[in-house]
Design a protein around this ligand. Sequence first.
Ligand code: F6P
Length: 319
Amino acid sequence: MKNIAILCSGGDVSGMNPALKHFVEYSIQKGLTPYFVYNGYEGLIDDDMKEASYSDVSGIINRGGTKIGSARSQRFREKKYRDIAKQNLDARGIDMLVAMGGDGSFKALDIFYKESGVRFCGIPATIDNDINGTDYSLGVDTALNIIKVSIDAIRDTASSFRRAFVIETMGRDCGYLALISHLTSGSELCLIPEVDYDLKKYEQEFKKQIKNGRRYFIAIVSEGIKQDSSEISEWFESVIGMESRVSILGHIQRGGNPSTYDRLMAYKLVNKAIDGLLDGNQMSVICYTKSGFEFKTIEEVTSKKKELDPELLSYLERF
Ligand code: F6P
């Protein structure tokens, strides 16, 4: 019987629990013994691993976060700890690893593979959707749905009060969440790190709109832009002449009941990852693009920053 383990690394996402459930079920179906590694790479170092069974994953498909915990491990950057991780895996006879995380997590695993020969498959999982080579990362759909519900709720109060709302989304230095949320929520302004902006450009138009009866503005700004959300809010008050509030959505975007799409993708990504490892893949990331599922090398996925879809970007400019 071959042993295979799964872990979560970096920011958790909704979709990890459905993936864990299917990992256990599909591994057993394929004649493998599934193991959970707790708290990301920390669990490899601390030997915090356990054989997983159906009962471990019952009732988790609808839960956000991850039952096995996640972490951003500093220790795994050091060879002495990676050596300990290898010894712990050897002791349990585990030589295949599935890792859900972002590009930083995959880079670490690539180094580990080169030193230890532990084969792995990465499953892109980050609400930021900032991994090069894949159009989709696990959890992004649930995050977008949470943002959508939040913006719709804020619109109710914004329109009742004649106010501008600056809504800040996560994404680190990637504006994907903000851009998609803008295009799908009808907001008036969207600022993302990928596109330089000058607020002056909007001044005349926004003032004209107020004169024509506009009662409120919704601005969606990504956390990585050059200004704080409070500065954009201040601009609405002092330049545009409308009372303004800031709403930082924060970690609410990372939790919640996983969407149907994220659950389905979790299912498919786990299937592909396990099949790939059984077919002899050594170290790859299972990506999803317009051409479907494809294994890509760590080099392809981590060597450059992901660029936003030019078609989506072209919809951004309105004035
Ligand atoms: O990478 C996911 C993410 O949620 C980013 O969007 C955000 O900048 C960061 O993690 C927040 O990290 P933490 O949970 O450590 O505050």
